[in-house]
Design a protein. Structure first.
Length: 432
């Protein structure tokens, strides 16, 4: 019996990635004689049809005979059918209201939903992700945003020569262009106040962001040093500060000390202490995970007070892009064709583009698609070990009897018209 997986055409504007590249599909076919992977044609995918067809990969329009259907982003409800399993980033596990109708549809038709975000090992470490490429593209776009914002404010800088990540051929071209620009940036910076870049977090996203920023002539300070030093001592420098949890949050009870595991276990006992850094920072690149009840990093009131004085924070690259989350004034995600807006802390309104009063936000929520080929290759390599078992699984069986690797089984959100045990909490969001 041949197990069939279909890769659907993405419908989200600008989404050019694919879960498995042509070469990876060919590898799976070669190593698994009973597995067939077909790919629905797509006009926006950054892999040409000839790349698939030349390797003998079929490209049907209809995927309803597939055992499993894969995508990167959410699949439209019209394409979700009874009896099939679906694998994609569902953006449902926080009870996101905009995706509850989709989740309800999956339950109604008794389909199976598996989420990449939940595929993890015994230590609950994610195994399949685009994190590094989100960081790479996010920092490129943050540098570009700062240059364009300064230009609008009347300051011509070498940073205005940096393009949006999607406008480069690939990552190699990005790195080459930044290296070539480095001497000009160094010359322009001479005698000028330092530019301070803050990066929150130290995971895959933050490491990707630093990989780009470190191409420039940067020096690194700790969070404590940023508060204690006189920045005039760093004239002409680009400063990088990487913030850990202990730098950003503190117990509400002043009698308690910060304990990392306690913060993870009881985030409601902590509050942000990030506000003092704002007066010394020019660009903030946010790479931290956020969910309720974790404390916000910057509140609406804090950014309002900051802008009532002489604000230094000009650009926020919110790579993790939690709307109304850690960066509370992120009032909506953007797409790559129109990626930035200016938030006015005094009025609470935003204006798309680089013009306006306030702080500029780069809030693209699918940044890895700006590096689609490299991101797809890395993502597919992480996914490869799990594909044969997911394709061969008999999804007509009860949840307890599904033959899936443990790493994948814990990522099954819905099956047979029911939320699985670990995700019963979503019922309250569905009812709401």
């Amino acid at each position: 019996m041949t197990a069939k997986i279909g890769i659907i055409s993405e419908h989200k504007p600008g989404e050019g990635r694919i879960p498995l590249t042509p070469g990876q599909i060919k590898q799976l076919h070669t190593e698994n004689a009973q597995l067939s992977i077909v790919v629905q044609p797509s006009s926006q995918r950054k892999f040409e049809e000839v790349e698939f067809r030349s390797l003998g990969i079929e490209m049907p329009l209809d995927l309803r005979d597939a055992n499993m259907v894969m995508a990167v982003k959410e699949i439209a409800t019209k394409d979700i059918h009874s009896g099939q399993a679906y694998l994609y980033f569902s953006h449902t596990i926080k009870g996101q209201d905009y995706n509850m109708p989709m989740l309800q549809h999956i339950l109604d038709v008794k389909a199976t939903l598996i989420d990449y975000e939940l595929i993890s090992n015994a230590q609950n470490q994610r195994l399949v992700f685009f994190g590094r490429h989100a960081g790479l593209a996010g920092m490129v776009n943050s540098l570009w945003s700062w240059g364009q914002r300064q230009k609008i404010l009347g300051q011509e800088t070498p940073f205005s020569q940096i393009k949006q990540a999607q406008d480069y051929k690939d990552l190699a071209e990005i790195k080459s262009a930044l290296k070539m620009l480095t001497p000009e940036i160094g010359e322009w910076m001479s005698g000028k106040p330092p530019i301070v870049f803050g990066i929150t977090g130290y995971g895959n996203v933050a490491r990707g962001a630093q990989e780009i920023l470190d191409i420039l002539p940067t020096i690194e300070l700790s969070a404590d040093e940023l508060l204690s030093v006189d920045l005039q001592e760093y004239t002409g420098k680009i400063i990088k500060v990487v913030f850990k949890e202990i730098d950003m949050f503190t117990p509400i009870d002043p009698a308690n000390s910060f304990v990392l595991q306690d913060y993870f276990d009881h985030p409601e006992k902590y509050k942000s202490k990030f506000n003092p850094y704002l007066n010394k920072m020019n660009v903030l690149v946010s790479c931290i995970y956020w969910d309720t009840p974790y404390p916000r990093l910057i509140t609406l009131e804090e950014i309002k007070v900051h802008y009532e004085g002489s604000p230094s924070l000009a650009v926020v690259g919110d790579i993790t892009c939690d709307i109304d989350g850690a960066i509370q004034f992120n009032s909506g995600s953007t797409l790559s064709p129109d990626p930035v807006y200016v938030y006015d802390p005094q009025t609470g309104k935003k204006s798309m583009g680089f013009e306006g009063n306030g702080v500029l936000l780069m809030a693209v929520d699918n940044l890895p698609t700006e590096l689609p080929r490299e991101a797809s290759e890395a993502f597919g390599n992480a996914l490869l070990p799990f594909v044969p078992a997911m394709g061969a699984c008999d999804y007509s069986k009860p949840f307890d009897e599904l033959s899936l690797p443990s790493e994948v089984k814990k990522a099954v959100i819905a099956h047979g018209g029911q939320l699985t045990p670990d995700y019963q909490y979503l019922e309250k969001y569905l009812k709401a």
